[in-house]
Design a protein around this ligand. Structure first.
Ligand code: NHR
Length: 199
């Protein structure tokens, strides 16, 4: 969230809203003079009731885009559909690998040599929405969860502002085939080989 603020995007960040009154991002946002709100999920018995209150708090600020950052509550279909095509998340794996929680542990246990992060549109099916951008990092010998998480997080801080910028510039199209097209992007070149081959 702090990276999104620091990126000076062509957008007005109209509010930062958390389900956790202790979330550090609230104080960070307030320090920038950004409006904040808390909708504490522990005050709601049903997910649908929490989601309705959350939607009300969001809609009060009339945002064009809703950006999840470290948001850890599974959202109901009604909530997701309300913001279809303008609700995005960053997930700490190269989706569709390693959905859900503890993704770095999952990657280490699977023995993959390349891991990363994914910005995607949020759909009712958890961690399955159309992919906007991904970043890949090597998994290094001796990595533990924390070391790998830090390497991925550095890339999260790069690709999330980029994805939001493309959305602000109206360059992101959700194709009928369920895939995302970005207008005017230069082709990616080269490959990450991990471990690196000899010479
Ligand atoms: N909701 C929907 N409908 N679809 C998605 O793709 C969503 C979503 C809500 C959050 C973020 C996701 C992540 O990138 C996200 C994507 C929380 C859980 C989870 O199991 C899973 C995935 C994500 C976020 N949450 C538990 C729950 O019962 C609580 C876990 C906890 O508090 O530690 O909601 O990581």
């Amino acid at each position: 969230m702090a990276s999104l603020i620091a990126a000076k995007l062509p957008a007005q960040i109209c509010a930062v809203i958390s389900n956790d009154p202790a979330a550090k991002g609230l104080a960070t946002a307030a320090g920038y003079g950004i409006a904040t709100a808390v909708v504490d999920h522990r005050h709601y018995k049903q997910r649908a009731d929490f989601d309705a209150a959350l939607a009300q708090a969001i809609d009060a600020h009339r945002p064009d885009i809703v950006v999840l950052a470290g948001f850890m509550r599974v959202l109901t279909e009604d909530f997701v559909n309300r913001y279809r095509g303008r609700l995005i998340n960053i997930h700490p794996s190269l989706l569709p690998s390693f959905t859900g929680l503890h993704t770095h542990r999952q990657a280490l246990e699977a023995g993959v040599r390349v891991h990363g992060c994914t910005v995607h549109f949020v759909t009712p099916q958890l961690d399955h929405g159309p992919i906007i951008i991904q970043a890949a990092v090597p998994v290094l010998p001796g990595d533990d969860e924390d070391a790998l998480a830090a390497r991925v997080l550095a890339e999260e801080h790069r690709i999330y502002p980029q994805a939001v910028r493309w959305l602000c510039e109206d360059r992101v199209t959700l194709d009928t085939d369920g895939r995302v097209r970005i207008a005017g992007v230069s082709k990616a070149a080269g490959a990450l080989l991990s471990p690196p081959p000899d010479a």
